[in-house]
Design a protein around this ligand. Sequence first.
Ligand code: NAI
Ligand code: MG
Length: 511
Amino acid sequence: MPRRKPSTSQLAIVDRNGEADERPVAKRPLDFGERWSYAPAPEASNYIKLHDRYQLFINGRFVAPKSGNYFDSINPATEEKLAEIGAANEKDIDLAVKAARRAYRNVWSKMPGRERGKYLFRIARLIQEKARELAVLETMDGGKTIKESRDIDLPLVAAHFFYYAGWADKLEYAFPGRKARPLGVAGQIIPWNFPLLMAAWKLAPALACGNTCVLKPAETTSITALHLAQILQEAELPDGVVNIVTGAGKTGSALINHTDIDKIAFTGSTEVGKRIASAVVRTKKKLTLELGGKAANIIFDDAPIDQAVEGIIAGIYFNQGHVCCAGSRLFVQESVFSNVIRKLRDRISTLRVGDPLDKNTDIGAINSRAQLDKICELVDSGLKQGAQLVQSRARLPAKGYWYPPSFFTGVTASHRIALEEIFGPVLSVMTFRTPEEAIARANNTPYGLSAGVWTDKGSKIFKIVNQLRAGVVWANTYNKFDPSSPFGGYKESGFGREGGRHGLLPYLTLS
Ligand code: NAI
Ligand code: MG
């Protein structure tokens, strides 16, 4: 791993006995597995039918990209090539947008809501039928654990289609006394951390409202979107209602700049989000952005500490920390600090890192080499700026991209690890004395996507929650999602909401 060797006084490696092992990761002996090992329990993947090449999905058909170019999608847990993916250029984008426009004019905008709803219900049911296969593909292409793709991602994907299917014929009740009309063609760009779920968050409300879509998945995780395209064919969704174009930033940029698009929805980095905002600002395009986060999880001294530690673990190590709402900053009330740290150390030493297809794995692969480099660079900066790193002793596989569950103590508000999104399994722990201090420090970030509060007192929850500038605040739990709850941020975390009745608004005009 491209990691600078930290000075030993700054690094503690923890195993099951809480013993420190200061050897570099590569030189460490086997992990606690000797005493706590489970037999391998790999999810079957031999029945998965991967195509050698995935084409673009335009106007209801799979078509080769005009450029003739393809790029590889790899399995980040093995570094093996899974398939080639078509690279769409401006001509392909134009064809996709034209198909979406035709479908909008001739079919989808004219169709009664109850008929649109039937298609969405059908898509939701087909996703349920193929959920296991899609979960395996999601895990192979993106590196997330099968436990998560099977139990969290896929059920939520289907739930999202079911939920918005229900709104399709009830828009007049969603906004009583007002007339709701679709916008037209939506250009939608999604990231790699929840590939199918982000596709569902974008497509389901847009379609329910009567819009047509051109969706661009992230370049490292395009495969499941193209299997979703097959499901759309099976559901007999009219041609052109959804088009899926693959490629990297250039493809995304071509979609953003196409002149016949009415609405842009983007989830990804704040940097690209800002670029998109300035590209769209002088056009008629409506825009919603869901960008980064640096969420604060606040533990008060009256909190049930074991429960809180479980929540912290779920908040930062879920999906390798590739979560925009990850609880990546932890503020602990001073009087319980040592207790929380001891439990955190114990707990990370039991997390299983490795084969994402194994049903016992807690922490899968980092999505890409680039993301691993970014994590390593930020961890280095934390060490250089004087913070202390505690890292699990988990043995990392020789191939693939991995990062052990880690947390920093001795973090100050000006450290980069306290300010910037790491997007990896690395937590920054800080302390506070009073609720006022906790609120001020939690809000001291350019982001405002999510937060968590842990306390025994309901009144304290309400008092604190009202003062946190974050779109989602969880109390005595973390990272819980439901299609009926709106999700979105303040400040540099973006604007607009996805999910719930609120999630219809970005795809409608009301009169
Ligand atoms: P990114 O913002 O570059 O990628 C997200 C999507 O935008 C991908 O589909 C990508 O192809 C597309 N894209 C890239 N450049 C574009 C452009 N100029 N115009 C239009 N579309 C473009 O994110 P990246 O580079 O994969 O990750 C960098 C960092 O961003 C991560 O380390 C993390 O901190 C943050 N991030 C946040 C996410 C979130 O859910 N809020 C998701 C992914 C990344
Ligand atoms: Mg991949």
